[in-house]
Design a protein around this ligand. Structure first.
Ligand code: GLY
Ligand code: MN
Ligand code: MN
Length: 444
């Protein structure tokens, strides 16, 4: 299937140029100066083009002939003793199917023979590596990354199937956590359940550091300690996913730890859920991420006014950036071989320097084949709210007694993974999110 990715990339380069693309695959990483090995994960662009998820490979695309050269590391007997991963040329050929397979020691010779007028590289580090063998050929560091990003933003049918499989298993693991959740357990026990259900399906690599956050920790956007004991009356927020064939899944759910939403929890949860469902319904080709982000913020502002937590008109709350106090991150991001996948900001499009939107990871018009997350949230973050209560302008919009009561409430985020289709969208996330559904599962 990777041959489709390679064809797609090469079609973006001008025909007939006497040039090559050179890429270096990832190496093993170790913990500081020890022999503790981190789990190997191929660099995403290299994986996208080659399907190789093992260390120390290189590749070259010859833009004249469109031939694909793959360079494999030559392992010795000592390597076999310690790692046991020595493969033959035939095995590599069978697995990766390049036009030409070489040992990595052949790199200078092949470069010499191809004798290109230009070499396209992803970055300075890779360029420096190739310059060890060829100091004369001009190197282009701009075009390759841009072309690869374009390819990766629009998923092929095969890629979408990998993402559906990552999501299918994530649905199972999330639902098992929901079934297990109870006060008295520690956050890490829920992480253990989650990881167990991923691993037993053969998914060994998390897509990002999972967040298993109870009580006030649920208002910490990237909380990863996961070691608090869950208490009666807490909210519990889980934001976690693993990779299938390198493709990420990224879901968030927020539950009442004791199985039933308190009045405040129900109110705030419903505000987030309404916003999430509304903007998912709005997804179709030509819709802008920024508009979806602002719409979700407006819905949540209206919800907090109706709940008596904020005062004022939604236009004024938006104008004065009050939404940024409660929703300080972006509505979502592209998803793919990386959790925060490439392509959110095409060339010439910059971040908006305004609270509440500057962290939005994608400013783009949606098109079929894109995959994104939709993850609005409302958080009570003392570090943002305490100064706002002291601020002359902002405090006018805040119901201070309600906000003081809610300072240790935590936060609610609900995150689904969405494929943009010709007709609208396909939602890959099927973990309970209606309040009644959550309470039903937890009562069993
Ligand atoms: N926890 C990473 C994300 O949801 O974007
Ligand atoms: Mn997430
Ligand atoms: Mn996300």
């Amino acid at each position: 299937m990777r041959h489709l990715h390679r064809d797609k990339l090469l079609s973006l380069f001008e025909e007939g140029q006497h040039a090559i693309i050179y890429m270096k695959g990832a190496e093993l990483k170790y913990r500081y100066d020890t022999d503790y090995e981190f789990p190997f994960r191929q660099e995403s662009n290299f994986w996208y083009l080659s399907g190789v998820n093992e260390p120390d490979f290189h590749l070259i695309f010859d833009l004249t002939s469109h031939e694909y050269h793959l360079f494999a590391p030559r392992r010795d007997a000592n390597y076999a003793v310690w790692h046991g991963r020595v493969k033959s040329m035939e095995q590599y050929r069978g697995e990766y199917d390049p036009d030409h397979l070489h040992w990595d020691s052949a790199l200078p010779k092949v470069l010499n023979k191809l004798d290109p007028d230009r070499i396209y590289c992803l970055n300075e580090e890779q360029a420096e590596y190739i310059e060890e063998f060829d100091r004369n050929t001009p190197i282009d560091l701009d075009s390759l990354e841009e072309a690869l990003t374009h390819c990766r933003v629009f998923k092929t049918d095969w890629e979408l199937d990998q993402m559906r499989e990552a999501a299918r298993i994530n649905n199972i693991a999330h639902t098992e956590v929901l079934r297990t959740l109870a006060p008295g357990k520690h956050e890490y026990e829920l992480k253990a359940i989650f990881d167990y259900h991923q691993v037993r399906h053969g998914l060994l690599q998390d897509a990002y550091n999972g967040i298993f956050a109870s009580g006030p920790n649920s208002a910490i956007l990237h909380y990863v300690e996961n070691n608090r004991q869950i208490r009666e009356g807490d909210l519990f927020l889980i934001d976690a996913g693993f990779e299938y064939e390198g493709y990420a899944s990224d879901f968030t759910r927020t539950y009442p730890a004791n199985g039933s939403f308190s009045k405040d929890q129900a109110t705030i949860y419903q505000v987030v859920l309404d916003a999430q469902q509304q903007v998912i319904e709005d997804i179709e080709p030509e819709v802008g991420m920024e508009e979806l982000h602002m719409t979700s913020a407006e819905i949540m502002m209206q919800g907090l006014v109706d709940a008596g937590i904020l005062d004022g008109r939604v236009e004024d709350l938006m104008e004065n950036d009050i939404f940024a106090l409660f929703f300080p991150h972006g509505l979502g991001h592209f998803l793919g071989l990386d959790t925060h996948d490439v392509g959110g900001y095409p060339k010439g499009v910059d971040r908006i320097d305004r609270p509440g939107i500057k962290y939005l990871r994608a400013r783009r018009t949606l098109q079929p084949g894109m995959v994104l997350t939709v993850e609005p949230g409302i958080y009570f973050i003392p570090a943002l709210l305490k100064p706002a209560l002291e601020d002359e302008t902002k405090s006018k919009f805040l119901n201070s007694s309600r906000i003081e009561e809610l300072l240790s409430f935590g936060g609610v985020r609900i995150e689904d993974n969405i494929i943009v289709t010709e007709e609208g969208y396909e939602n890959l996330t099927e973990v309970p999110k209606e309040r009644e559904e959550i309470e039903n599962v937890m009562s069993k």
